[in-house]
Design a protein around this ligand. Structure first.
Ligand SMILES: [Zn+2]
Length: 457
């Protein structure tokens, strides 16, 4: 399962090194200092016979490439892997150093996987390209670093794109007093929910491509700031895309500090990392999350322990003023502006706060009405998580509403017309066929409420 064509592996680049460095048990290695180790294609002379040696190395977690050459097996790795090979009695020579991932100039092998979904590098290249081509409409903002980036294990900057008709330096500024309301759409908080990154990417394109042509889009772009984060959990998505045509079901980030016995490669039910949507610091650990580090719903060792969350929350504090008081019963001010939508998959629901309790939130009527509007356009059901599923704490939606008063929706995307298009890994063609037609409409219509969301009823 891990043997794939060499070109497909270039997609994950440096991240592969970090992934392998975690070892077959998922045990975390000490963080290297400085830049991540280079990744090599190694030649490993055959010791007994090629098939047996390949099986042995694969069993030890090495990435053995398809097809051995005259000078031995071909193995991907860095200095850590070379030391491990030596310890196992194998010699290795560097056949070639792999080029560093260039996110701004991706080739075909580096930009997509699984039939057309954009890799993290592909998403970032797309955002930069949009901003370069439409500087009057879009600006890319780095808002933090992923867990692996901070540990020097590869990883990524965290990137958002602000889209609006930019007429002054106050537009797209990191200032909660900026003139236009903020409509924020976030994808792939949960890495394996791959449809959501693609929906976010299409949302970016719909906005910039329709400006000047479509009256509704043009009007909204003149009056509203659209912030889009297609990949809120890029380290997790790196792991997902390492599966190539069989993407790994990594839901969480790539933090390996807490669980040493989780499956590696990850499975749907056993994986290292922290669930970013159970880790946010509002009512953290109030139910609906797990304390098991290998659980897909692991809440982490402390509230807001994960850099992806503190970065997102830091960005939100720069985009939204706090309009809600400290008590859970305090309603957000009627003058609140903006909306936040977190995209998830695949149960076709529009969820709104509170998620941590079955009690209604203090702005329930408006939250419910905004969710109902989104549900009408998509055919999804709507309600609080505790009404439709189960209450769950530590979500980014409860954080944004609880801490800042921002009306927040968690939209569980999916297909209402073709059950074969549901699941975490829908075929890429499903997005055009049965996701995007209704979601494009719902995202646009809901944006009209961003100027005065708590007057919606
Ligand atoms: Zn999710």
């Amino acid at each position: 399962m891990r043997r794939r064509p060499f070109t497909a592996l270039l997609a994950a680049g440096v991240a592969i090194t970090a992934f392998l460095a975690a070892g077959p048990t998922g045990a975390a290695e000490p963080a290297p200092s400085g830049a991540p180790a280079p990744t090599y294609e190694l030649s490993v002379p055959v010791r007994s016979n090629a098939a047996a040696d390949a099986a042995l190395l694969e069993g030890k977690g090495f990435d053995v490439m398809e097809g051995s050459s005259a000078d031995g097996l071909r193995v991907l790795g860095g200095e850590t892997e070379r030391e491990r090979l030596t310890a196992l009695g194998f010699r290795s020579t560097v056949k070639r150093e792999l080029p560093a991932v260039q996110w701004d100039v991706p080739d075909a092998a580096d930009s997509t996987y699984y039939g057309g979904y954009l890799t993290v590098n592909g998403q970032y290249a797309h955002m930069e390209q949009v901003a370069r081509q439409k500087p009057g409409l879009a600006k890319v903002v780095d808002y933090g670093k992923s867990w692996r980036k901070l540990k020097g294990k590869g990883g990524h900057e965290l990137k958002a794109i602000c889209i609006t008709h930019i007429t002054s330096e106050k537009d797209c500024s990191l200032d909660p007093k900026a003139p236009k309301p903020r409509y924020v759409v976030v994808g792939q908080v949960h890495a394996r929910e791959i449809a959501t990154g693609e929906i976010a990417r299409r949302w970016i394109d719909q906005l910039v491509d329709s400006y000047g042509d479509d009256a509704a889009v043009t009007s909204l772009m003149n009056s509203t700031e659209f912030w889009v984060i297609p990949v809120a959990n890029p380290d997790g998505v790196d792991i997902v895309q390492e599966g190539g045509d069989a993407p790994y079901l990594q839901r969480k980030n790539a933090n390996t500090d807490n669980g040493t016995t989780c499956a590696n490669p990850p499975t749907g039910n056993s994986q290292s990392g922290v669930d970013l949507n159970r880790n946010a610091g509002f009512k953290w650990n109030s139910g609906g999350s797990s304390g098991d580090p290998c659980s897909p719903a692991y809440r982490g060792p402390a509230a807001d322990s994960e850099p992806e969350n503190t970065a997102l929350e830091g960005l939100f504090r720069k985009l939204y003023p706090d309009t809600r008081g400290p008590e859970v019963t305090d309603a957000a001010s009627p003058s609140t502006r903006g909306i936040f939508i977190s995209l998830h998959s695949d149960i076709r629901m529009v969820l709104f706060p509170w998620a941590w309790t079955t009690d209604d939130g203090p702005n329930d009527a408006s939250l419910r009405a905004i969710a109902a509007g989104f549900a009408k356009d998509t055919g999804y059901t709507y309600g609080q998580p505790g009404e439709l599923l189960y209450a769950a704490s530590g979500g980014t939606d409860d954080w944004a509403y609880g801490e800042l008063g921002v009306p927040s929706l968690t939209v569980e995307v999916g297909s209402t017309t073709n059950s074969a298009c549901n699941g975490f890994l829908p075929a890429y063609s499903c997005i055009s066929e049965s996701y995007w037609p209704t979601l494009s409409k719902a995202l646009l219509n809901t944006a009209k409420a961003a100027k005065a969301p708590y007057t919606v009823s």
